[in-house]
Design a protein around this ligand. Structure first.
Ligand code: SF4
Length: 324
């Protein structure tokens, strides 16, 4: 049974000039102990999807449809008070922007201890012990507890944030762009840390990134998002070795390969669409090198190519054969 099962999720932002369908009919599954990557360019709906899981969408945004089942309980049906028991305790999130996510005027001890005392029935002394143990589990010395954020490197801040997110021993950790703004060596260390935590704690992880080469290093499955929809979903090997969607192929070709032979990088032409005024048909068609006539008129539906390989593209609906 999946640990988290999202079906038909729709999160829209109602702004003066129209409706932004940031997450538009998304289906996804996260199994226990699995690491799922969500990839796509900025503005394709990745972070809104993550915030929707925790029901942290603020006006003018609203979840308008779908289900988010966590162990068979629909999170969208819970009262806010019940949902607060899910956050931190069952599903925790490391938010984007490690450099600015910690409060600069409080020590790391104050911030982790506060998180523990607020969510668990711990005394301050017990919370301090747990904070030291959490820091150790993410590779930091307990002396870091005395530090202020400005005294730490970017990688140390990210580790401290991960430690804080683990303070209530959640079953799912969502990490939004966990390596952005870090140097390459620190990036690799943070990714290894997430992988170790996944193994040691049996943690299920959702990692969001615009960089597919990052996800390749730690994920079991990858979902590619474009214009608020999942356009491809498969295990990491399939995504890299035989990507089916032209957008996935373009993303892979835009980043250096960490696995395969060296090859020239190619630039993905154009920009993601204006989400208030999406093009008709497939929203990727103005940028797609393989577009068919039907792509400008009819939106493709998701089809299953293999046991765990899904794609949303007319090339796989029999249209390519008809038009050739
Ligand atoms: Fe390209 Fe058409 Fe597939 Fe969209 S549906 S990705 S335009 S081939």
């Amino acid at each position: 049974m999946p640990l988290l099962e999202i079906s038909g999720l729709k999160t829209y932002y109602y702004v003066d000039v129209g409706v932004i369908k940031a997450v538009n009919d998304v289906d996804l599954v996260l199994n226990k102990g699995e690491c799922l990557g969500i990839a796509g360019e900025s503005g394709c709906g990745k972070s809104t999807l993550a915030l929707s899981i925790l029901r942290l969408i603020k006006p003018p945004g609203r979840i308008v449809g779908g289900k988010i089942l966590f162990k068979d309980v629909d999170l969208l049906s819970l009262k806010m008070e019940e949902m607060r028991k899910i956050r931190w305790h069952k599903i925790a999130m490391v938010f984007q922007g490690a450099m600015n996510a910690l409060n600069p005027v409080h020590t790391i001890r104050d911030q982790i201890v506060e998180a523990i005392v607020n969510h668990l029935d711990y005394s301050k002394t017990e919370a301090e012990k747990k904070a030291a143990a959490l820091l150790k589990s993410v590779g930091l010395n307990s002396s870091v507890l005395r530090s202020y954020p400005h005294e730490l490197s970017g990688g140390m801040k990210q580790r401290a944030l991960i430690a804080m997110a683990l303070s209530c021993d959640p079953e799912i950790l969502i990490a939004d762009e966990p390596t952005t703004a870090l140097d390459v060596v620190t990036q690799a260390q943070i990714l290894m840390l997430l992988k170790d935590l996944q193994r040691q704690r049996g943690l299920s992880i959702i990692v969001i990134s615009h960089d597919l080469s990052i996800l390749a290093q730690i994920c079991d499955k990858i979902a590619i998002m474009y214009a608020g929809k999942i356009v491809e979903y498969a295990d990491v090997e399939t995504i890299y070795v035989k990507p089916a969607h032209p957008y996935t192929t373009a993303l892979i070709n835009a980043f250096p390969s960490v696995r395969g032979p060296k090859k020239p990088l190619s630039i993905l032409a154009g920009e993601p669409p204006n989400m208030i005024n999406l093009p008709p048909g497939c929203p990727f068609h103005p940028r797609c090198p393989s577009a068919l006539e039907i792509c400008c008129k009819v939106e493709p539906k998701m089809v299953q190519l293999d046991r765990e390989h899904y794609v949303t593209c007319h090339l796989y609906g029999g249209h390519a054969r008809k038009e050739s």
